[in-house]
Design a protein around this ligand. Structure first.
Ligand SMILES: Cc1cc2nc3c(=O)[nH]c(=O)nc-3n(C[C@H](O)[C@H](O)[C@H](O)COP(=O)(O)OP(=O)(O)OC[C@H]3O[C@@H](n4cnc5c(N)ncnc54)[C@H](O)[C@@H]3O)c2cc1C
Length: 373
């Protein structure tokens, strides 16, 4: 089958890989020279712990397996570092204890750590006020930039996948696509993975989808002192408000109420804080969430200051210098882990992975191609 994939972000590359493995002839269309959307702007956290129990969590774990497979096959850096959610307040500690008690029944593999045990696992945790942490072994750290930039070459070399870069697809029908410069390709199946572009292809379908755009501000430190490694990814008590897995915990309401009362500015900008460390040793810090009409092209210094204020309360880093700042935008579905549509026979839209595209894309692609094959 001739398969066309629109978009060379992580969702497009995942679909291209799964299709090529099944013996299909694949062409990926990317309007830029290199994809430079959400897929190169993220933390590089593959984060199954954040998904609610059941199908979403299974898809995330399947993605995790695929990342490990890809790491071996394409020689990509993937660090099975796991994660720790830190609790610096009693109400956060209650949520972690509750989640830990429910975890075996829900299918999560995690361990409750005392403050001392947290410190043994990571030199980055701030011991001041630390109640304890929740360790999960399933999280991976990947390098978004090198992955998105090197995967096309590997797909071409390994499976003969073709990449048409600087090619904006502007029209699609069952059986063909055309680009803005008038070229046409005949294709049996088309998968539209256009990320946050909701206006070029199938704008009516996407306008009715409930998808929202979300902007996140991010920062990066330079290389930390020689050889200093943080260990697992770190997430804050504030993060408990953000990921849906913790919604099963009745005590989460107290955390939300306290944050809303004490620090409403964090709710205003959707701030919770996390840290990852890349292969070189730089730390990636974030993040905030501003939606649709709130999104401006300019970043807010206040948001960066709030992120750093909250981070300083929970982690100790050898070097807090900020070497890079950027923002990213993703499309998010309000209630589903991704948005799917088949606007024409043989044409499939896959977007709306929100803050979990690095976590879900490979599992989603496998799910799709196992149904389509
Ligand atoms: C700051 C930030 C931090 C994040 N952190 C994490 C994290 O740690 N873990 C995690 O799991 N997820 C994270 N995410 C979410 C994740 O990055 C996204 O869900 C994911 O990258 C979306 O991938 P995508 O392929 O759908 O979109 P994109 O990466 O935006 O790719 C879409 C591509 O399609 C191309 N395109 C669009 N329209 C056309 C067209 N008509 N013709 C040709 N090409 C087209 C675009 O040029 C673009 O390259 C984060 C996101 C952001 C912004």
């Amino acid at each position: 089958m001739d398969v066309g994939v629109i978009g060379a972000g992580i969702v497009g590359l995942a679909h291209a890989w799964s299709a090529a493995e099944r013996g299909h002839r694949v062409t990926v269309f990317e309007r830029s020279g290199q994809a430079s959307g959400a897929s190169i702007r993220n933390f590089g956290m593959v984060w199954p712990i954040g998904q609610p129990a059941g199908e979403w969590h299974h898809v995330a774990l399947r993605s995790r397996e695929r990342w490990l497979e890809l790491s071996k096959a394409a020689n990509l850096w993937v660090n099975p570092c796991g994660s720790i959610h830190l609790a610096h307040r009693d109400d956060e500690w209650s949520v972690l204890q509750e989640f830990h008690a429910l975890a075996p029944r829900l299918g999560f593999d995690c361990t409750l750590l005392s403050a001392g045990q947290v410190i043994e696992r990571t030199p980055a945790a701030n011991p001041e006020g630390l109640r304890g942490g929740l360790h999960s072994p399933t999280e991976l750290c990947v390098n978004p930039v090198t992955t998105i930039r090197s995967l096309p070459e590997w797909l071409t070399k390994t499976y003969g996948v073709l990449f048409a870069t600087r090619t904006a697809i502007t029209e699609i029908d069952s059986g063909w696509v055309t680009s803005a410069d008038g070229r046409r390709w005949d294709l049996d199946r088309v998968i539209v993975c256009g990320g946050s572009d909701l206006t070029t292809l199938f704008p009516t379908v996407l306008a009715q989808s409930g998808l929202k755009l979300c902007k996140l501000q991010m920062m990066k430190t330079p290389l930390q002192a020689a050889g200093w490694r943080m260990g697992p990814h770190l997430a804050s008590g504030l993060t408990l408000r953000h990921y849906r897995n913790f919604e099963v915990c009745p005590s989460l309401a107290a955390v939300k109420a306290r944050v809303a009362m004490e620090t409403p500015e964090l709710d205003r900008y959707g701030i919770h804080v996390m840290v990852s460390q890349n292969a070189e040793g730089c730390l990636i810090l974030g993040d905030s969430h501003e939606y649709d009409s709130e999104i401006e092209p300019f970043d807010k210094t206040l948001i960066d200051e709030l992120i750093l204020r909250e981070l300083r309360a929970i982690v100790r880093l050898p070097d807090w210098t900020i070497s890079e700042r950027w923002h990213g935008i993703y499309a998010k579905h309000p209630s589903a882990p991704w948005f799917t549509a088949e606007p024409l026979p043989g044409v499939f839209v896959r977007t709306g992975t929100g803050g979990a595209g690095m976590t879900m894309a490979f599992g989603l692609a496998e799910l799709d191609w196992s149904r389509w094959s």
